[in-house]
Design a protein around this ligand. Sequence first.
Ligand SMILES: Cc1ncc(COP(=O)(O)O)c(C=O)c1O
Length: 403
Amino acid sequence: MKFWHVCIACGKTTDFHLKQNECTCGRTLELEYDLEFAGQTFTKDALKNRAADMWRYKELLPIENPQNVVSLGEGWTPLVRMYQEEQNYPVKKLWVKREEQNPTGSFKARGFSAALSIANEYGIKKVAVNSNGNAASALAAYAGYAGMDSYVFLPQDCPGLIVEECLQYGAQTYLVDGLIHNAGKIIEDGESEQNWYNVGTLKEPGRSEGKKTMGLELAEQFNWKLPEVIIYPTGGGSGVIGIWNALNQLKQLGFIEGELPRIVSVQEEGCQPVVDAFENGTMFKAQTENVSSNPTGMRVPNPPDGERIVSIIRESGGSAIAVSKEEIKNAQTSFGKQGISSSPEGAATWAAFTRLTESGWIQSDDEVVLFNTSHAIKYLPWDYGEVPIIENYKDMVSNSAGI
Ligand SMILES: Cc1ncc(COP(=O)(O)O)c(C=O)c1O
């Protein structure tokens, strides 16, 4: 066996399984690899001759046959230094990881390339996701490319251009009067009858493995000497989880040494369950009240394993910070003036960075990386026409949008 599941809480291991993403103890199962085997071909030298995409890290991705890989060229995104801003803030070096350069304009491409490659390996033809937007359009694009039928379920205030993307990529597209977890319930209720492969956050093993390549890539782009701080916009948490797992695997492989970066999760004030748990020093609790209507990928009041996100932040010596809508708006302008088109989530990392330098948490000898997870243009107002709003999977009609 080259890879298998391990429970993050009780440590129980089980054979690789498509849907088995929760341990009998209730916590999340993640993947563990035979690193001795992987290390036979996964070497720093071998990487020098590989294609500039995320599949250069194939030994640390759970695909047996490379012919099953579903790839639109994701990964190996630019890491850009912010020279001008380094003059304005007490920081050693400041970098932006330009994840908006991925296919479908967001980091979500990585997760769906991996998830649908697994699905392809097992002959799956029908996939479904609940999403705040970017995950849905990424699923739609990769499913289209792989010849699978895709179903996406989005809160009805999802940015219009992202809904349009889903339609154009050919997904059966449905809106839900509620939040991302309400959309998820529709899939769970219909899963067995509709024969959907549920690719919602942490429902299957691929998405966080694909996102892991952000951490692998960052380490390689830094020539295996990591920055002190990583700032990431957090919703469901698989970005943070993936990066953390990547860095730990590289450490076990002997590619990197010493302290790992401090991980900072940034959320928007209207939905900040990770920040609340971190600040209060408590266990993670879902946010049940006053979730704001701000339709961003950070609006996830009840991520599948919030406790995992908080424990990674704590273990890394990192932090969690909530920023306001106004700070995000200003940050988009600041990024824009430096030539970076940033989504609200990506811009939130800039807002967090400025706050953390002001408070002295980031210091002049720190190298900092901000993850710009998506484009500004995906959030421009757009009229996508008629898309059904449903309450239950049974409300789906055969002439639904996207067919
Ligand atoms: C642009 C963008 N950034 C960040 C996030 C949050 O990522 P994660 O769910 O991995 O925490 C999302 C999720 O939808 C997103 O679309």
